[in-house]
Design a protein around this ligand. Sequence first.
Ligand SMILES: *[C@@H]1O[C@H](CO)[C@@H](O)[C@H](O)[C@H]1NC(C)=O
Ligand SMILES: *[C@@H]1O[C@H](CO)[C@@H](O)[C@H](O)[C@H]1NC(C)=O
Ligand SMILES: *[C@@H]1O[C@H](CO)[C@@H](O)[C@H](O)[C@H]1NC(C)=O
Ligand SMILES: *[C@@H]1O[C@H](CO)[C@@H](O)[C@H](O)[C@H]1NC(C)=O
Ligand SMILES: *[C@@H]1O[C@H](CO)[C@@H](O)[C@H](O)[C@H]1NC(C)=O
Ligand SMILES: [Cu+2]
Length: 693
Amino acid sequence: MAHQWTLILKSIPAGCLILLLFISCIRSISCIRSQSWHDSQDVLGKPRNERRLWSEEVKHPLDPLTSAEYMNVQSVLREASLLGGYRQVLISVDLDDPLKDEVLAWKPGTPVPTRHAEVVMTIDTKPRKIIVDVSGSGRIVENKEIPGSGYPALSEEAENATAYLPATYQPFLDSIAARGIAIDDVYCEAASPGWFNVSAEENRILVYLLCYDTKGTANVYMRPLEGVTIAVDATEMKIIRYLDVLKAPMPTSKGTDYRFAAQKGPFLTFSKPGVIEHPSFTLDGHIVKWAGWEFHVRPNLRSQNVISIVKKDGRSVMYQGFVSEVFVPYQSATTDWYWRTYMDAGEYNLGFLSLPLQPLNDCPRGATFMNATFAAGPDGSPYVTDNLICIFERYAGDIAWRHAEDLPVGDIRESRPKMTLVVRTIASNGNYDYIFDWEFQTDGIIRVKVEATGVLEISANAMKYVNEANMTKAEIDKMYGTLISENTIGVFHDHFFSFHLDMDVDGPNNSFVEGKLVKHLIPPEKSLRKSRWGLEKYVAKTEDEARIQINPIEHPAQYYVMNPSKKTRLGNQVSYRLVPSGVAPSLLDPSDYPQIRAGFTKNQIWVTKYNRSEKYAAAFLTAQSHGDDGLPVWSKRNRNIEDTDIVLWYTLGFNHVPCQEDFPIMPSATTSFEIKPHNFFEHNPTLLIQPFQ
Ligand SMILES: *[C@@H]1O[C@H](CO)[C@@H](O)[C@H](O)[C@H]1NC(C)=O
Ligand SMILES: *[C@@H]1O[C@H](CO)[C@@H](O)[C@H](O)[C@H]1NC(C)=O
Ligand SMILES: *[C@@H]1O[C@H](CO)[C@@H](O)[C@H](O)[C@H]1NC(C)=O
Ligand SMILES: *[C@@H]1O[C@H](CO)[C@@H](O)[C@H](O)[C@H]1NC(C)=O
Ligand SMILES: *[C@@H]1O[C@H](CO)[C@@H](O)[C@H](O)[C@H]1NC(C)=O
Ligand SMILES: [Cu+2]
């Protein structure tokens, strides 16, 4: 979930950050407002020790928009009177990818296809997509209402301005007075409320506010104004519904501070890790080359980054991979909690939420950082987020392969180090931080790792609860979570991450294969063995046949994306295998509104026919969406997916039962999956790794 501090922090006017007061907040925001694009460049120009990539040159069709292109968009919009007018809200500007065919046909060194920007706005609350041709002096080539029930991500202004409304709203002032909280200590942030088919809330862009008492702690999320619900119409900038169902005092701030400066020691210290002084990857614009891998990586407002045109040893593996959606439903149905069913990518834009990666601790020494130029509302001015992405070579002490034996002809002691290349981004979604790694291995595996860390969204609805031993079972059930500190409940919730994996294994036309592991009984006359397993492969013909709930115990299987017209020298079908992990069910009922909206969580695997418009699993318009668009709807079209361009969707997840170790800050919880070559190479592709001497 999001809040306005992201937009303050990311532009680093250091003098006006920290205080979480309404008043200083206004100051901070004017700080960023007055900061022009050129100031940002000055920030960027500061000498640093890290290598840094920040290309403002378009060398490749998929390179992100440059500041000049953003400014071109801005002037085109201004000319068309689309900026700042009555109820005209600019939400985002990003590259509109050229057609896949054009990108694949493009040859380095030749002019790139015409560059287009995709502008998302709401005009009189109606979402619109405006495509601007940014070549020459620029022009609008498309300006259309976006179909579908939802809204785009919260606008910067909505996030900002709505958070101030409670300060002048008498019922709210009464609520904080009843809790003994001073208005100057209150901090509110905007959250997207989901959709619950409540007629009073239809056809409005809504923001719900979550407010906290900042007194005595930097860990504001540990001191929520429990019981308070503030629903705001973000267009009218008006509170339309206010509830305070719990006049309870706040939990104490004791023990909530996790900052280093607040710890007393003794500290756990480590010697400085070794540095890979001369990493063996190269960067040319946004193209990364390492150990036979080649791919394009770019910052992206919605999914943080997009990895494109991934090749190994010159052969195509994947056209594009990115985080398609995130879904975090909390498992409490009380009046002040039921709506907390966040979709962080579509509702907030993960790239927009990003704060700069910190050298040394976010990414190891020797990492290369990539800055991002983004543009968002209200006027589409470009701004820079430093260190959005880091790329580094990793040696974690692991082994790529080894073998040892004592032979009459001489002993064998062969072992090869496992080196990998990591592309990392971290989204700071309000209380939570999500670390996304794309890790490329020498053996052809791409490991996609997600780590959730940060601070829990807690409930303070437990004033009399300081020890479960004093509670009845009914009282424990009514916490909908775990007591993680005195009067502090970590509420049950899930984390789902949908990945869009447009696999192009040795070319765009692929098939999806489910290889079922099947038990065979063996008659007694055939063998002393009574059973064995064998592999039965099914090629999915339609989207229907590729909706899979992974169940390794009852339905063991392997999953491949195969190129039906490519075979190895031994006649095996050239494939990449999806190796699932982090399999978690969504236990919400299919009729429950959040589940309708996040229907993609029903299956871990989906395969769809490639369609340029079908990128985001919970639809392009996600906020307050009704589930009338998105992956389940596309899949229901039941298109042919055999020997054609297909997209593999994988949903990684975990059901989070908080525990005391998650307080006051949560140790990283890690999940990952792999895409792994399977009869793609003729033999182990890592034979040529030279051992360390
Ligand atoms: C944020 O809100 C404050 C107070 O209402 C206002 O002064 C400021 O201009 C707003 N900034 C933006 C970007 O809307
Ligand atoms: C929403 O509510 C209306 C009116 O009560 C009802 O007709 C409709 O079926 C509901 N929609 C969903 C998806 O449940
Ligand atoms: C609560 O439980 C703890 C641990 O069993 C016990 O020491 C304490 O006396 C109990 N307090 C009350 C008020 O029952
Ligand atoms: C491509 O996707 C869009 C959006 O879902 C849809 O309107 C269109 O019909 C799709 N085209 C095909 C050929 O499936
Ligand atoms: C891929 O398959 C489509 C049909 O789905 C066909 O039109 C196209 O020619 C094929 N492309 C290649 C490169 O084989
Ligand atoms: Cu969690």
